[in-house]
Structures are given as C-alpha cells and as structure tokens.
Design a binder for this molecule. Structure first.
Ligand code: GDP
Length: 368
C-alpha cells in the first residue's frame, strides 16, 4: 500500500518502504528438528551407552503423553534383560545434611575406580513446587563434569508413587546403558524413604551430630530401614561430637531386631566436604554387597521388590479407578455426610461405596 505522505502534497519527501518484521520463530530451526526415533533406535543407543538417547528415553518415561508412555514401556521391556547388574544405593538425609556434597565426593571416589555412576532422585516436595532440587547437577560440581556420571533430577509430576515408579524405571535404562552403580537420593522426611527402600540394595542414612539428643529427631522407621548410618561434617571442632553421636546410634541400633539380611548396620563418621572417611563408606557398601550376594539375600531382596512393585502398581490403579469413577464420586459427599453425622459407620459407608463401584463395573462389562 502507498504511504499517505508519498504524494505531491509532500514534495521532497520520500518515505521508504518498510522492512518486514523478523519472524518470532527462526524458520531455519525446522532443519535441525529432532529426528523421530523408533523404539529400536532408543534401545540400541542405550545399549551402546549413548547418554543423549538415554536422557531422551528418560524424558519419555517422565512424559504424561499416552504415546510417550507406550513407547517408554516398550523401551523398558527391551532393556530389562540387560538390567540388574548394578549396586543400587538409596541415600537419604534432611536438607542440609550434606547429601549433594557427599554424593559428589563419594561418586568421584568410585568413578576413579572405573565405575559408572547414575544419580537419580525422588523428591516428594517437587509435587508441590513443580521443580526439584534433588539430583540437581549444579549441586554436584565434580560429578557433573564426569562423562561416567549420569545425573538426573527427580521427575516432578504426579503422586509420590508415580514419581517413584518413574525413578525405578529409569534405573532399568541406566543399568542397560552400563551404569554399574546407582544412587537414589531422597529427603529424609515423609514417605519417600519407603519408596526408595523398595528399589535399592542398600539404604544409607546421612545424619549430623547435634546437641546429643539427635536420636529423638529421626523416625524409628527410617533408622530401622538403614543398612548404614553415616555421620557427616566430622571435621574441625565437630569431630568429637560426631564420634559421640556415632556411639549413640550404635547403641540405639543394638536394640533393633536383627535385620533379615543378617547384616549388622554400621555407623561411620566422615566429612563429605573434606573427603575424610569416604573410602571407608565405599568399603562398607562393598562389604555389604559381598555379604548379601554370598548369602543369596541380594537376589531374594530384588525379587521381593519386583513383587512389591507389581502389587503397588495394581493397588494404585485400583484406587485411581475407584476414586475417579463417576458413580462413586457422585455418592461420596452424601455418604461422607452420613459418616460425619454418626448416621452410618465408616465400615458400612465403605461397603456401600464399594458396592456402587462394582455394580458400575458389572453394568459396563455386560454392555461391553
Ligand atoms: P543437602 O541439602 O543434604 O544436599 O546438603 P548439601 O550437600 O547442600 O550441604 C549443606 C551445607 O553443608 C553446605 O553448605 C555444605 O558446604 C555443607 N557441608 C556438606 N558437607 C560438609 C562437611 O563434610 N563438612 C562441613 N563442615 N560442611 C559440609
């Protein structure tokens, strides 16, 4: 279109033609678009130890898209025969206990021995925040520069059960890619320890020496799960306090019944920051592995875990199907009201809802 000032009225003035705006999206990007990969491309890449493809496969595991999920399941199944050959270690501790510092130092120690390490995480808080700090590369400076270390933060979407399942599936892919040591990091609060415990061979609890009453602060359940308790920051003025705390823990552990593994949990002092006592931690993990393999417990525990995950997944799916059923959802507020006003016991209420659910199932299967 002619510019209004480009006419005889405005002699001596010439308005040049404008230049079109630069497009917001770079058209050249199309050329470098990612190639669509097949399941076999992924599997081959993973078995070749290709980290880029491993990462992309983990992204599929974490995706909410049904098509991605389907592909992920096929990749996992094909990788399954190549998995299992690793030492899986759960690491827990409250924020500030020194998890990332310790993982960095311990990780470097074992990489120097020629091992390949994957650091994964389960972070229940990420459900709320939408992001995860656990397993974050920036927190593990040395490891993040190592080609034999694969660091992946916690999947952030979904329930704790869902997040944990994704981490467990990621373990399979990492093992198939040749990672022989897997760390699963979690925060020492809440339910996530149980989930981690059910996917690792060894459960390591990081503690700090406190004022002498540190034992009161941790849940008995977490201590009972631990195969090893390591007391961090045993450096400088803190060495004696750490040793005192260690003896408190040793005494407390003696009161627990003997573990199924036949292994007596160990208590060690160390400094993740200064790298003191790191070798001893790895020696403990190695000693456990030998002990458990020799006694047959290593395999037995893994089989139990596999069964546990199957049952857990069934329970999750049933619960989900029940609470998302429209008939159940419609009836629930009314029944809840009866229960809260003492017109119905919780047991008859539950039975009524379950009846509703099953009659829905019967009707819908007959129609189908
Ligand atoms: P996380 O939250 O459990 O991952 O803990 P971090 O590894 O981030 O450590 C929390 C703080 O404790 C940081 O400021 C670390 O530098 C410090 N820290 C970690 N390990 C040690 C240690 O062995 N000795 C001392 N003195 N400080 C440490």
């Amino acid at each position: 279109m002619q510019h209004p000032e480009n006419n005889d009225l405005y002699k001596g003035l010439k308005v040049n033609k404008g230049i079109a705006d630069v497009p917001m999206i770079n058209p050249y990007l199309k050329r470098v678009r990612r190639k669509e990969l097949t399941v076999d491309d992924y599997v081959k890449g993973i078995l070749d130890g290709n980290i880029t493809l491993l990462s992309r496969a983990v992204t599929l595991i974490e995706s909410q898209l049904a098509s991605h999920q389907e592909m992920a399941q096929q990749i996992i199944e094909k990788c399954l025969p190549y998995s299992g050959n690793s030492m899986r270690i759960g690491i827990t501790g409250v924020p500030g206990a020194g998890k990332s510092t310790s993982i960095d130092t311990l990780g470097m120690h074992i990489i120097k021995q020629g091992r390949k390490l994957a650091v994964l995480a389960i972070d229940p808080s990420s459900e709320v925040s939408g992001g995860s700090i656990l397993g974050d590369k920036t927190r593990m400076e040395q490891l993040s520069r190592e080609k034999n270390a694969f660091i992946r933060p916690s999947p952030s979407a979904g329930s704790l059960g869902g997040v944990a399942r994704k981490t467990r599936e990621t373990i399979v892919l990492c093992e198939a890619a040749g990672f022989d040591t897997i760390f699963v990091e979690t925060v020492g609060v809440g339910q996530s320890e149980t989930a981690v415990h059910s996917m690792v061979d060894f459960f390591l609890l990081i503690q700090l020496a406190g004022t002498g009453d540190e034992l009161q602060g941790i849940k008995r359940g977490i201590m009972e799960m631990a195969d090893g308790i390591i007391i961090n920051k045993a450096d400088g003025d803190n060495v004696q306090k750490a040793q005192l705390a260690a003896s408190h823990y040793r005494n407390a552990l003696r009161l627990f019944p003997k573990a199924e593994s036949g292994w007596d949990p160990k208590v060690l002092c160390y400094s993740g920051y200064y790298g003191i006592g790191i070798k001893e931690i790895w020696d403990m993990l190695d000693a456990y592995r030998h002990h458990a393999i020799d006694s047959g417990y290593f395999t037995e525990k893994r089989l139990k875990q596999t069964k546990w995950w199957m049952k857990e997944t069934i329970e999750d799916a049933l619960r989900d199907s029940f609470y998302h059923n429209t008939d159940v959802m419609n009836l629930l507020p009314e029944i809840e009201d009866h229960v809260l006003n003492d017109r119905m016991t919780p047991f008859t209420a539950a039975a009524a809802l379950i009846d509703k659910y099953f009659s829905w199932i019967r009707q819908n299967t007959n129609q189908g």
